[in-house]
Design a protein around this ligand. Structure first.
Ligand SMILES: [Zn+2]
Length: 498
């Protein structure tokens, strides 16, 4: 049977719609089970080798215009789905084990997935380290063999499709020069080396933890917990501060008919905010179970950024440009809105914090750790997924790169668990860099209180209309005539006091 591209597009869109709604219903606590198996079964034709091969042939033959973009985004979707189908058994086994395994650390058991939360709330550094060792032992023994099977399968499939490696496959599918990104983030690491030590040591001292060189990876959750900041970020003010921020931008969240704000409490609702997009822009969910705390604010504002990006995407664009494309773009808007929670002007004005410096400094430290960790992750993932990767050497390589960037001895055990599917780490890194351009443009045009300017909101909606038709580089060139690099991000990270 000949390949029917129009039919493939239609079915891809309805598949995504059903899957996204099912995730929403499960994670929002409307239904206990997550039933995605029947959805995959109904749409199995989307992820056959023949379909994906047909897309690969079509995409290879089309120039780099809108038709070419649509085909590449669709091929990315199809190939991800095919790899997902082929490694489904491992994914299910891992999810089942992670949800049921327990970690024994001398004084009772802790659920595997709760270890990080337990570490964040544990004042005894010895017990934090014991939890880490016990968790890593479980990871190595029970989970890593399954992760490894799935990884080798994914690598094989890339070769079957004619790519030299998994890294080559995803560089092409994402349209991102991953080697150039590796060079840029290596420069970023070098540029922030001097600022990193003092910034992190001040935060470690504040948290009563040992300094860099002494501090352990198991202490990091404690460092970022920062309970002394809780009083500034109360659960009651969370949704209100988000709505007030949008109102300042001229966006009335309650009357956006395509945005469903879900703040009700339900027994099985996800504790973390999320955004679901069954139909873009017509059906977008922003879900939150408000707990309060700086991280909760950050999560809601991040997801709120995705929500407004998708909700303002032009309905008349092709499915591929509304739902697929370069996620560096949507992540950049998520980071832009999330960044407000670290902005001293916003903290003063919206939360009434007289001295926002401790919260700002804490956020800067957290962000720089994340940026350096992701820079190292990208370098590692390029090695792991490269054509000449020797898997036996990868645990050491992982520990070496992460320890070097974060300057905390990093355990080898998570060399497989700490890998994002399909180089998603590259999207985050590009988004962090891209966000600094949007924020600089907003400040230049509308002042440091841009978040209280309806004109700034108008400008943002103009950007959001594009959905993800253009990738991060193209959108930036198109809008501001600039080229995406990490110079501004490095300069921000080097800056002394705010
Ligand atoms: Zn995000």
């Amino acid at each position: 049977m000949p390949f029917d591209l129009d039919r493939y597009r239609e079915r891809a869109e309805t598949f995504g719609e059903e899957l996204s709604r099912e995730y929403y219903r499960h994670l929002a606590g409307h239904k206990r089970e997550l039933e995605i198996e029947p959805i995959y079964a109904t749409y199995a034709d989307l992820f056959t080798r023949d379909s994906v091969m047909a897309l690969r042939d079509l995409a290879a033959a089309v120039p780099d215009d809108d038709d070419g973009r649509r085909l590449r985004y669709l091929l990315h979707f199809g190939f991800d789905g095919l790899v997902g189908m082929e490694t489904r058994a491992e994914a299910e086994e891992l999810a089942g084990l992670e949800a049921s395994l327990e970690v024994e650390c001398g004084d009772g058991v802790v659920p595997y997935r709760a270890v990080v939360i337990e570490q964040a709330n544990e004042v005894d550094g010895g017990r934090r380290a014991a939890l880490e060792d016990a968790r890593n032992a479980v990871l190595e023994e029970r989970l890593n063999p399954i992760y490894r099977t799935a990884l080798e399968r994914a690598h094989e499939m890339c070769r079957e499709f004619g790519w030299a490696s998994y890294a080559a496959a995803y560089a092409e599918l994402r349209g991102i020069d991953l080697e150039r990104l590796r060079a840029q983030t290596a420069e970023f690491l070098a540029a922030t080396d001097d600022a990193y030590g003092p910034l992190i040591d001040r935060q470690l001292a504040r948290a009563g933890l040992p300094e860099l060189g002494e501090v352990r990876r198991s202490d990091m959750p404690r460092l970022f917990r920062a309970p002394e900041l809780d009083e500034w970020f109360p659960a009651e003010g969370l949704v209100e501060s988000f709505e007030a921020t949008l109102a300042g931008l001229g966006i009335d969240l309650r009357t956006q008919r395509n945005v469903h704000l879900d703040t009700e409490s339900r027994a099985t609702k996800s504790p973390r905010a999320f955004c679901s997009t069954p139909r873009v822009p017509d059906e977008v969910y922003l879900v939150i179970a408000p707990h309060g705390g700086r991280e909760d604010y950050g999560a809601l504002f991040h997801e709120g950024g995705h929500t407004e990006h998708y909700a303002n995407t032009a309905a008349e664009m092709a499915y591929e440009f509304r739902q697929l494309g370069d996620n560096s773009v949507t992540e950049s808007f998520a980071f832009l809105v999330e960044h407000l929670v670290s902005d001293p002007v916003w903290l003063r004005q919206r939360l009434g914090i007289a001295d926002p410096a401790p919260a700002v400094e804490h956020s800067r430290a957290f962000r720089l750790v994340m940026l350096r960790r992701y820079s190292a992750k990208l370098a590692y993932e390029l090695d792991l997924h490269g054509a000449s990767a020797e898997l036996a050497r990868m645990p050491d390589r992982y520990a070496e790169l992460l320890s070097g960037a974060v300057r905390v001895p990093w355990p080898r055990a998570s060399w497989l668990a700490d890998v994002d599917d399909g180089f998603y780490a590259a999207c985050y890194l590009r988004a962090w860099a891209l966000e600094t351009y949007w924020r600089a443009a907003l400040e230049e045009r509308f002042g440091e209180r841009w978040f209280a300017s309806p004109e700034a909101g108008e400008w943002l909606r103009g950007l959001w209309r594009h959905g993800q038709r253009l990738n991060a580089d193209e959108l930036l060139a198109d809008t501001l005539g600039e080229e995406l690099d990490f110079t501004r991000l490095a300069a921000e990270s080097q800056a002394a006091e705010t």
